[in-house]
Design a protein around this ligand. Structure first.
Ligand code: ASP
Length: 579
């Protein structure tokens, strides 16, 4: 080995041992009589000291080292005169006796320290340098640990990891497919899996009753901070189970991860049905680290002469505790916030519940003190509180108020990254009306089974049918989702029909699954977790990007390898994409 120890392990107990370290030069400081070097590897940083008096040749050599040079240093571990309690190795330093340059380095384009001076783009381009930084290393290590613990747990409870193919045919998770042209079958294409959904169901027909896979999925969607064109799922499926079994099994997994990795014992996850989540939080992934639940004010606020309110479907408010003292400027800012095009509200109505028991609102012209007091009572607002009210179509208003609620949660410091509030959202609608295509889409995917008690509505009121579908939500983030599947050929065919597939189309796309259902498909169901998001939640961050070693940017580009890129004429011809 080119080292006897790592740069993270030498402590006061190592004093007076001869060691060899190898690593990168993070920093060097030349103090004339002495030169100090911070030597870094994956495990930490050790300070090395070169002494002009005792070894001037060596010291001269050390002075010439540039940042990120790769060096091997032999020496004796000594106690530091000025200790650094912030560093694991802060009690000692290495008194250098020999130095070998293993490789030189160009000056890196940004500083490789916890707080770097490099912008996003440049760090993406030189990702291998960014990966040397401590925050990134921590994230990547956390990801590794989560992967290992997940596999351990699932193995213990009888799951088998089975790989499914990447070169497949379209899977309907509702995004666009990435496709791969087939050279041997000119004019034909594989699709990369949006998820292994159909394969895991076929594994159930194959008799592997507890399957999982930590698996890459591909979706050609517009990107956001928590989305990547390729991302990783912990994908799972079980046979002979009901919804309850799945919820218990995977609540067990997530609790176990919190215990093993964070030392946190989570309580049982509360459950909330979709309808309640939408009514109370305007979101199917509510952040329940804080309350601030919606309060329906429609009846109280209509018919009092305020035209704007009289003509709308819904008037809903939230109570921002202790915010009655908000200034004009702060309120204007909130109004601007809800008016942003991404949110799209027309305006914001507020009611301040003053300390003297009076009310001051932006609609004082239309409502007297008593009426405003009624609003406040309904919303549970007390002296010192601030009611924020939005109005409009029900669905839209709920969505807008959800954004405002989250914003207030941020402003009031109620969304703490070291607090974890999981829940299951259950009983999703089976179908969702799509305005553009003017037909129903599957809310989860077309293999999700309707609730048996709602089946009778499937012909006349399909929009009302609820599904045996569930999401695991934590801190306002959807960690995972799944469903009990249809395992009956006729019901599956009916579902395709509802979704507007002709018999031909259904057969063409999913004939293989329908056929399999004729050979003894067991009742089954499953779930998939967004692994990158899980990592980000554990790491207390919003963006998943820095939990992926080599991510893509917001335009789906890998800036380091410069991809996607054009391919040669020859390749195009071979693939039959050009004559
Ligand atoms: N395949 C689904 C998804 O990717 C998860 C599931 O239903 O198990 O969302």
């Amino acid at each position: 080995m080119l080292r006897t120890h790592t740069c993270g392990e030498l402590t006061i107990n190592s004093i007076n041992t001869q060691v060899t370290l190898s690593g990168w030069v993070q920093k060097s400081r030349d103090l004339g009589g002495m030169t100090f070097i911070d030597l870094r590897d994956r495990y930490g940083i050790t300070q090395v000291v070169f002494n002009m008096e005792t070894n001037s040749v060596l010291c001269e050599q050390a002075r010439k080292l540039g940042r990120e040079f790769v060096v091997q240093i032999k020496g004796n571990v000594i106690e530091r005169s000025s200790k650094n309690p912030k560093m694991l190795t802060g009690d000692i330093e290495l008194d250098a006796a020999a130095l070998t340059i293993l490789n030189a380095s160009k000056t890196p384009p940004f500083t490789i320290e916890n707080e770097t001076d490099g912008g996003e783009e440049i760090r993406m381009k030189y990702r291998y340098l960014d990966l040397r930084r401590e925050p990134l290393k921590k994230n990547i290590a956390l990801r590794h640990k989560l992967g290992i613990e997940t596999r351990k747990y699932l193995d213990q409870v009888g799951f088998m990891e089975i790989e499914t193919p990447y070169l497949i045919k379209s899977t309907p998770e509702g995004a666009r497919d990435f496709v791969v042209p087939s050279r041997m079958n000119e004019g034909q294409f594989y699709a990369l899996p949006q998820s292994p959904q159909t394969f895991k169901q076929l594994l159930m027909v194959g008799g592997y009753d507890k399957y999982f896979q930590v698996v890459r999925c591909f979706r050609d969607e517009d990107l956001r901070a928590d989305r990547q064109p390729e991302f990783t799922q912990i994908d799972c499926e079980m046979s002979f189970v009901e919804q309850e079994d799945i919820l218990n099994t995977f609540e067990g997994l997530v609790k176990n991860l919190f215990k093993e990795i964070k030392g946190i014992e989570l309580d049982n996850f509360p459950r909330m049905d979709y309808a309640e989540a939408m009514a109370k939080y305007g979101s199917d992934k509510p952040d329940i680290r804080f309350g601030m639940e919606f309060c329906e004010l429609t009846e109280l606020a209509q018919g009092k002469g305020f035209k704007v309110f009289d003509s709308v479907e819904a008037i809903i408010g939230i109570n921002a505790k202790g915010c009655a003292s908000y200034s004009r400027k702060q309120l204007d800012k909130l109004t601007d916030f809800v008016r942003k095009p991404q949110i799209g509200a027309n305006g914001l109505v507020y009611v301040k519940c003053n300390d003297d028991g009076t009310f001051k609102s932006s609609v004082d012209k239309f409502y007297n003190q008593e009426q405003l007091a009624n609003w406040a009572t309904k919303a549970g607002a007390e002296k010192g509180d601030l009611l924020l009210v939005l109005a409009g179509g029900l669905d839209k208003t709920r969505k807008q108020l959800n954004e405002l609620r989250l914003e207030m949660g941020n402003q009031l410091g109620l969304r703490k990254s070291n607090e974890f509030a999981p829940l299951w959202v259950v009983d999703f609608p089976l179908l969702e009306w799509n305005e553009e295509s003017e037909r129903f889409h599957a809310m989860h995917h077309p293999f999700t089974s309707p609730k048996p008690e709602d089946l009778s509505m499937i012909d006349n009121q399909p929009g009302k049918v609820r599904a045996n579908a569930y999401d695991m939500v934590m801190n306002g983030v959807e960690l995972g989702g799944g469903s009990i599947r249809i395992h009956n050929k006729e019901l599956q065919a009916r579902m395709f029909e509802l979704l507007g597939f002709s018999e031909e189309e259904a057969k063409d796309q999913f004939g293989f699954l329908m056929n399999a259902f004729e050979y003894g498909a067991p009742p089954h169901g499953g779930i998939a977790f967004g692994f990158d998001r899980l990592c980000a939640i554990f790491g207390g961050q919003e963006s998943i990007r820095d939990f992926i070693a080599f991510p893509k940017n917001n335009s789906g580009r890998d800036l380091m390898i410069d991809s996607p890129s054009v391919i040669s004429e020859l390749q195009l011809k071979e693939l039959g994409l050009k004559k």
